[in-house]
Design a protein around this ligand. Structure first.
Ligand SMILES: Cc1cc2nc3c(=O)[nH]c(=O)nc-3n(C[C@H](O)[C@H](O)[C@H](O)COP(=O)(O)OP(=O)(O)OC[C@H]3O[C@@H](n4cnc5c(N)ncnc54)[C@H](O)[C@@H]3O)c2cc1C
Length: 394
């Protein structure tokens, strides 16, 4: 059996590894010219412990993990307003909460691929023929490839989804925020962060910072806006939206890199009535984006990929496997998406009373207080269990 996977991100690489292990021939197409080197910090929790365990990845992920001990909310003048240790959410996540940069996670996934996996950078799809017997994909390098299955693992703005289901506006639910992430060099800021995730204690917009191993700093930014349209100049938008936040934010903005090194996007979820059409299916954010508010998208993407591969391995019927994958996993995702939407109003408070309430809860470490970048992941709640996901250990 042969699969073409479009997208060498977290879900696509996880699926490639699993299908290859189960004896499938796998081609992975990735539009980027090579492995990405910039990104943002990802906390892995819940189902990823099962998925990464099944893939034999945990030892490598532990090597790459940053020792983040606590999340602190810091006011304009540098005073700590609230604190949450990572110990409790780590236990809730079934052990250690793994905090690693997205390029490191992708590197670990790539390292776990056998030489049999055909990973093609700078390549994408221009056309798909999809019928009951299989697919034929025309690629951007003008070659074509036939397979039993085509999987769109190409993220929130999936091309495969658009080809199979039409315009993304019908499936993308905008949650009312824009987000940005970048890495900058500032040893003075790094020294003040220590092993903490430091968030600004601010209304309507928020920045967060992690110290990285090489003296650099990873910055995250989220702000409320009713307009889903992305700005033409993302760097200028960042400087405008996040000015005046105090503490280390002026330094961060001063050191902010050029637009091609900034991640900038809407905060959104994807809701599709069906995940598969003929021999084309979707994994990860392409079909199940929960948004960064959940702090679980990567974990859920890897878990979904493992379930899909597992179902394909259990039966000779691709159609039956695709139906079962969706039947098992879609309700888990729908539930998580609902939880995140309900929690969204606590994320980046826009009123002083919410900020006060949130800070109090953050001190107490309770669920409603964990409404920042790591939301549900830190709370360790509504995380699907391995019994629900059915991921098999090796
Ligand atoms: C700021 C931020 C913080 C987050 N924090 C967390 C966290 O703490 N924990 C967590 O679990 N999740 C977190 N997430 C969510 C997580 O990053 C995503 O859910 C996850 O990356 C989804 O993985 P994916 O493989 O489905 O898609 P992506 O990671 O988006 O990967 C898609 C891949 O497909 C490629 N691609 C796109 N289009 C094409 C095409 N046409 N052809 C070929 N290739 C293509 C892209 O280049 C990319 O490599 C966060 C997200 C953000 C934005």
């Amino acid at each position: 059996m042969k699969a073409v996977i479009c997208g060498a991100g977290i879900a696509g690489l996880a699926l490639a590894q699993r299908l290859d292990t189960f004896g499938w021939e796998v081609v992975v197409l990735e539009t980027a010219p090579g492995p990405s080197t910039h990104g943002y910090m990802i906390d892995l929790s819940g189902p990823v412990q099962d998925a990464a365990g099944a893939m034999g990845l945990l030892p490598r992920l532990r090597q790459l993990t940053y020792p983040v001990r606590e999340a602190v909310s810091i006011d304009h003048s540098g005073q700590i307003r609230a604190l949450l240790t990572y110990e409790q959410p780590g236990k809730a996540a079934g052990g250690q909460l793994l905090s690693l940069m997205r390029p490191d996670l992708e590197q670990a996934l790539r390292e776990s691929l056998s030489h049999r996996v055909d990973l093609r950078f700078a390549t994408s799809l221009v056309h798909i023929d999809n019928d009951v017997t299989g697919i034929r994909a025309i690629l951007t390098d003008h070659s074509s490839v036939g397979a039993d299955l085509l999987v769109g693992a190409d993220g929130l703005h999936s091309t495969v989804r658009s080809m199979a289901y039409g315009d993304e506006a019908r499936y993308l639910r905008y949650l009312g925020f824009h987000t940005a992430a970048f890495v900058f060099d500032a040893p003075d800021v790094h020294a003040r962060l220590r092993n903490r995730f430091c968030l600004t204690d601010t209304l309507g917009r928020q920045m967060g910072f992690y110290g990285l191993r090489n003296g650099k700093v990873a910055a995250l930014a989220v702000h409320r806006t009713p307009d889903p349209a992305l700005p033409d100049d993302v760097r200028a938008a960042l400087l405008r939206e996040y000015s005046g936040l105090g503490w280390v934010t002026p330094r961060a903005l001063e050191r902010c890199p050029s637009a091609d090194h900034i991640y900038y996007d809407q905060v959104a979820q994807i809701e599709l009535p069906q995940w598969s059409r003929g021999r084309v299916t979707l994994v990860g954010d392409a079909c199940q984006a929960v948004s960064l508010l959940a702090g679980q998208g990567a974990a859920l993407g890897m878990a979904g990929a493992c379930i899909l591969a597992d179902q394909l391995h259990r039966t000779d019927s691709v159609e039956a496997a695709l139906r079962r994958y969706e039947r098992i996993w879609q309700p888990v995702i729908a539930d998580e998406q609902r939880t995140v939407r309900e929690a969204a109003r606590w994320f980046v408070p826009d009123a002083a009373w919410q900020l006060h309430f949130r800070s109090g809860d953050l001190k107490a470490g309770s669920r409603s207080g964990i409404n920042h970048y790591r939301g549900a992941a830190l709370a360790g709640e509504s995380t699907p269990t391995s019994a629900e996901t059915g991921i098999r250990k090796p």
